[in-house]
Design a protein around this ligand. Sequence first.
Ligand code: ACO
Length: 327
Amino acid sequence: MIRARITGTGSYMPENIRTNFDIEKMVDTTNDWIVARTGINERRIAAEGEYTSDMATRAAERALEMAGISASEIDLIVLGTITGDYPWPATACIVQNNLAANNAHAYDISAACSGFVYALGCASDFLQAGRGKKALVIGAETLSRIVDWTDRNTCVLFGDGAGAVVLETTEESDFGILSSHMHSDGSYLDLLYQPGFGTRMTPSAENIDNRSAYLKMQGNEVFKVAVRSLTDVSLEALEANGMSASDVSLFIPHQANKRILEATAKRIKLDDDQVYINVHKYGNTSGATIPVAMDEANRAGMLKSGDIVLLSAFGGGFTWGSTLIRW
Ligand code: ACO
C-alpha cells in the first residue's frame, strides 16, 4: 500500500515582534488580560513589502532542503491560506514560480485555521492515489493585514508566519499519514469571517469606512465549538486507527488560544508532555500554526521514527479536521 510520508519540514517567521505591551499602546487592553485569557505573549508581524508568498517560499525552501530534494521534483503544491497575496490567482502559483517548481500544479485551499490540515489531507490522497510522488504542503498567513488593530476583541490574538512540509510516497505502509478527517459547517459563518471584499461586499467607500475588510469574530461562541470539535475530530482519528490517547507521542493542535488547547487535551485525556504549545510566541497564525509547530518540534528532535503524531485544527467556515501520522 502506498502512503505519503513527511520527509522535510520548514518554517519562516517574520523578524518583527509585537508584544502585548506594544498592543497596550494601541487598544484598551493589558498584558495580564491577554496572557490570562489567551496564553499569548507576543506575535510576529510581516515587514512592509513582505507577503504571504514570500513567507511560504522561505518555509518551503527549508522543507525542501531538509528533504534533500529539488523543487523541480515536486508534483503538487497545496497552500492553506486565507490571506493570499491576491484574491486570485492562487498564492500557491506565486510560490511555484518563486521556487521554479516547474513540474508542479499548484492551488490554494481556503479553510481558515484548518487550511493546513485540509491541504495535507488533499496532498496525501493525491499521492496515495498514485497521481504523483512528491508534494509540498504549506500553511502561510499575513493575518496582521486583515486584523482590525482598533478592535481589542480580535487584534490581540493573531500573527503572521509560514510552515511547510515535503510529502513523499513510501511503500512502507506502516509509516506516514495514517488517516485524515475533515468536516465543515457553514451555518456558523457569522461567528468568524471577513465580510469584505469579495463579490458580496465590494470595496465601496461605505464598506471601507465601516471596516468591513477586517476579520470579525464572536470569540466566546467560537471558543465553545472549537473545544468540542477539536476533541471530537481528534478522537475520530484515534478511533479510526484503533488507538487511544496513550499511543500519542505528540499532539500538535492548531495554536488558537492556550485555554482551548488545554481544555481539548484534557478532554482527549492527554498529559501536558504529549502536547506541543508555542502560541505564547506567535499567537494564532491560522493555517500556519501546525506546520510551524511541527517544524519546531522536528528540529528540536521531538519527532522520532515510529512516533504517533496527532494534528487537529479548527477555524472559520466552520471547518475542522485531524491527521494521524506515524512519523
Ligand atoms: N483586553 C481586555 N478586555 C477584553 C479584551 C482585551 N483584549 N477583549 C475582550 N475583552 C473583554 C470583553 O469586552 C468582555 O468584557 P465584558 O465582560 O465587560 O463584556 C470580557 O473581556 C470577556 O470577553 P469574552 O469574549 O467573553 O472573553 P473570552 O474569555 O471568551 O476570551 C477570546 C476572548 C480570547 C477571544 C476567546 O474567546 C477565544 O480565544 N476564542 C476563540 C478564538 C478562536 O479559536 N478562533 C478560531 C480560529 S481563528 C480563524 O479561523 C481565522
